[in-house]
Every structure is written in C-alpha cells, then in structure tokens.
Design a protein around this ligand. Sequence first.
Ligand SMILES: Cc1ncc(COP(=O)(O)O)c(C=O)c1O
Length: 341
Amino acid sequence: MIDLRSDNTLGCSPEILESLTRASRGAVASYGNDPITERLRERCRTIFETELDIIPVATGTAANSLALAAMSPPWGGIFCHADAHIQRDELGAPEFFTGGAKIIPIDGESGKLHVDALKRSIEEYGSSGRMLVPAALSLTQATEAGTTYSVNELRELSELAHAENMLVHVDGARFANAFAAQSRSLADFSWRSGIDVLVFGATKNGAMASELLVIFRRDLTDGLTRRLHRSGHRFSKMRFLSAQLDSYLENDLWLRNARQANEAAGTLAHGLSELGIEILRPVQANIVFARLDPATSSRLSSSGVSFYDWPLFGDGAVRMVTGWNTEPKDIQRVIGLAATE
Ligand SMILES: Cc1ncc(COP(=O)(O)O)c(C=O)c1O
C-alpha cells in the first residue's frame, strides 16, 4: 500500500511522539502557562528574529477561523483565492467565527492570487463602503495547487493590502513545504513580507494534531486569546500541543520532514512527465497534480497506490500528495507501475 491521498493520512514523527511522553511527566501550570509553551515561544522568537506571540491550536480550521475573526469585523471582507481552503473546505467556519464576514473568492492561475486581480476585487467590493469593509487578505502557502508564493510576490500582495488598511493572514498548513522550497530566512518569508498572522502548520508534516498561530501584529493577541477560550479551543493541558510543536522545531525536524516530502514530489513529477504524463500544475512543494488515462489510473489503484481524483482540474486529473515519511523506493514503484503497459 502506497498512500498518496493526503499528508493527513500519515502517522506522527517518532521525535514528536517521544516529546509527548516527556511532556507528560510531572505537574505544570495549565492553559499555556507551562515551561514547554514558554520554551516554544522563545524558540519562535529566535527563529523568526522578532518579538511575537504564539497560540497552539489543534486544527487548521480553528486556527484560520480564529485568526480571521481577530482580523475582520462581521461586516468585513476577506479576500482569498477561489480555491482557498477557508473558502472551499471549512464549511463556513471563518464566516461563523467572524460573525458573518464575507469571503471574496478571486481566480488566479496555479492556485495563486495576483496583485492586479486583488486590486480589481478590492475596488469592486470595497469602493462604495456599502458592500463591505476590506479587512483581510488570506493567502495559502503552499497553495492548494501545490505552488508557492515567492518573497517578492508576498511583499507585493501585502503592500497592497496594507495600503487598503487590511491585515494579512497566511494559511500555512503546508508552510514548511513552501519554506523548504526556497532559500530566504524565516523572517523574510513571513513578517518582513508583511504577514501579520501566520498559521504555521505541523499536523500534515509529522505532528499528531497541532498548528501554531504565530502573531506578528501583537495588538491582535488579546482578542485572539479571548476568542480561543470562548470557542472552546483553549486547551487546559496546552503543554501537549506545545510539546509537539517544540520538538517539531527542535533540530530542524520540520525542515527535514518537509524536504523529504518535497523531494519525493519532485521525483514523482519528473518520473511521470518522462513517461509523457501531463503534470497539471508546477510542482513547488509536496503535491503533484497529473492527468492519468483510465488504464494507468486503475493499474495504480489495483496495485495498492491510493490517491484522489481531482475533477476540479479537469478530466482524468488526480492529486498525489507526498509526506514526511514517503520513501524514495515507493515513488520509484509508482513510476514503474505508471510505465507498465
Ligand atoms: C490548505 C489547508 N488549510 C487548512 C486545512 C485545515 O486543517 P484541519 O483539517 O486541521 O482543520 C487544510 C486541511 O486539509 C488544508 O489543506
């Protein structure tokens, strides 16, 4: 069985599991006032090279929705790509948590928002002041199409957002994969590019269940913390969320995991395209979209390779996601099976 359905289907890095056992020893203060959460905060301040606040959260949907609720009033507009998880896959959670903010989906090639399209949309929806107040720009990094925003693109988009008095949120469920694919510093890739709140994902990249809200605009922290509590997301034993994230960041585990996943995706895309299989989106992180003919698709499935059909990207489109523990031999087997007539 080779599972390429999603990076959510995979287990947990052994280092992270061990950190939970260690975190379980003894009694510590609750609700995030424990030494592990404090250590995590300091670690983040060091690696991001700035003062910031953090809040560990159990799911990406909660992290996105709580962040956006602190960034937008109920009458605000949240601008994002049409395929963004917050708009397509979260059952209205951001609208619910914001008390009714309007999500404005914008089309863009390869899952990415482009500054001209964002500008047009802000003008269309925001100019009269009657329809909504532009409140937040939400970017997904890496995108749902497996592509990434460069530092220059992030800067251009966030400069426009800030000029319109909007705040910038990043859904970084696959932030590690996006970061590992380029060579800038974490600071350049986040707050120096204008990001106000980052959801730094860990679950997909080897954690059990933990995402980190990294808050660069610290005036948002108080509102976010109260929303966290009020919505039932403030874990009393927060040390267990923090322990996962602390060991995720320790010794660059997050980067090693992301590099393994990205390399596997790169090899897979290269191998499939050598066979003449169409790769449907640039492969810049750990997701490959390909067009398979029905015979190849069923040969792979019947040989124990699982993946999702992705009709959003056209006839025969499939999505294959590699992960922190995808092995090179598994990728070679998938390519070999695709090559067999
Ligand atoms: C881009 C993106 N953002 C957010 C999420 C939400 O994460 P969760 O399922 O933990 O709520 C996902 C999950 O698949 C995702 O792919």
